[in-house]
Design a protein around this ligand. Structure first.
Ligand SMILES: Nc1nc2c(ncn2[C@@H]2O[C@H](COP(=O)(O)OP(=O)(O)OP(=O)(O)O)[C@@H](O)[C@H]2O)c(=O)[nH]1
Length: 325
């Protein structure tokens, strides 16, 4: 970094247009300005970092900087242009900077030491007011950024937990939410039933009508299931042509009746593939009630065993898991 105390005419222009000096006649401020220093920094260098104390207010004279969360982040929180300043917050609260400021162009800037800044602000209250305005704008920008980041975070989470084909929750969501529901139900002593639903001979649909029609079938079944289950039931696509429903506050006989109703509904609702033709569909369902001390894995295993029996017994049926002991 090269230090000098000279302003070029262009730099004087930048300073007089700077939001910090708005309404101030800088020609009267020379006694203060002679203690400020001008520096140069090359592209890629870090001006401020949360790892380093900062005792200066920096005003960009020429070039461009970015404010980022981390030194390697390629998503800037803000861009800094000539006339704008950085570092004011860490000077005021005596904490390290909260983000990185990095030069994205070779730059020249003005550095004002904290004590010099206080002296200047005392002599020019207008500058103190300007600084307040700058900080208020920054706080507002940060809140908006935080809000949009939270929105993005929520969107990413929803995407990560949603099956893109059917729009149902996916296995990630299931593995996160089902254990929580199970624990809650066990704690308050409520029965829980879990059913695994598998489309019968689905491979034949794919082979006979094509994968796109197979996809349509999965969507068709997803919609029928969604409209069939209770609001308190938890439904997810488990993978391939398998779906899982967790039914809190449900006894096995009640779950069995729901499963039977769903099976009949799917059987009675063929999926149209054109104006005249449709595909008849059936499902097999295995279900089990959660026993004391069971984990989600135990419950899934039991329902899966019941499903296996439903398939083996000829499909298009509901089988409840029976305790062999
Ligand atoms: N179209 C489509 N097919 C899928 C998808 N996921 C899995 N499959 C296919 O689903 C088929 C499942 O075949 P199988 O496991 O043999 O099951 P099945 O033909 O239904 O036989 P049973 O379950 O025994 O009645 C496989 O051919 C998979 O490739 C998907 O998202 N879309």
């Amino acid at each position: 970094m090269i230090e000098t105390t000279l302003f070029t005419p262009a730099e004087s222009q930048v300073l007089s247009n700077s939001p910090l000096f708005k309404g101030i006649d800088l020609t009267t401020a020379y006694p203060f300005m002679q203690h400020w220093s001008i520096r140069e920094i090359t592209i890629g260098q870090i001006l401020l970092s949360p790892m380093k104390d900062n005792k200066e207010l920096l005003i960009l004279l020429e070039g461009e900087w970015v404010v980022t969360i981390s030194a390697t982040s390629n998503r800037p929180l803000a861009r800094i242009f000539p006339g704008q300043c950085v570092g004011e917050l860490s000077i005021l609260d005596d904490q390290r900077p909260s983000s990185h400021v990095i030069a994205t162009h070779n730059s020249r800037y003005l550095a004002i030491q904290r004590d010099e800044l206080w002296r200047f602000l005392c002599a020019y209250p207008m500058a103190a007011l300007n600084l307040l305005r700058i900080m208020a704008t920054r706080t507002r920008d940060k809140s908006e950024l935080l809000e949009s980041s939270l929105g993005l975070l929520h969107e990413y989470r929803v995407r990560a937990e949603t099956d893109t084909l059917t729009g149902l929750h996916n296995r990630n969501w299931l593995m996160d939410i089902f254990p929580q529901q199970l624990e809650l139900s066990m704690r308050i002593g409520q029965p829980v039933v879990l059913m695994i639903i598998d489309v019968d001979f689905f491979k034949k649909v794919n082979d006979g009508f094509g994968h796109a029609v197979g996809d349509q079938v999965l969507k068709h079944i997803a919609i029928l299931m969604q409209t069939d289950i209770r609001a308190t039931d938890l439904l997810a696509r488990y993978g391939g042509e398998e779906f899982v429903v967790m039914m809190p506050a449900t006894l096995l006989v009640e779950g069995q009746a729901s499963a039977e109703r769903l099976r009949k509904r799917i059987q009675k609702t063929p999926m149209p593939i054109n104006d005249t033709d449709s595909i008849n569909l059936t499902i097999s369902i295995g279900l089990s009630e959660c026993l004391t001390g069971w984990t989600l894995t135990d419950l899934l295993n039991a329902s899966d065993q019941a499903l296996y029996m439903a398939k083996n017994n000829g499909r298009n049926q509901v089988v409840c898991w029976k305790n062999p002991f």
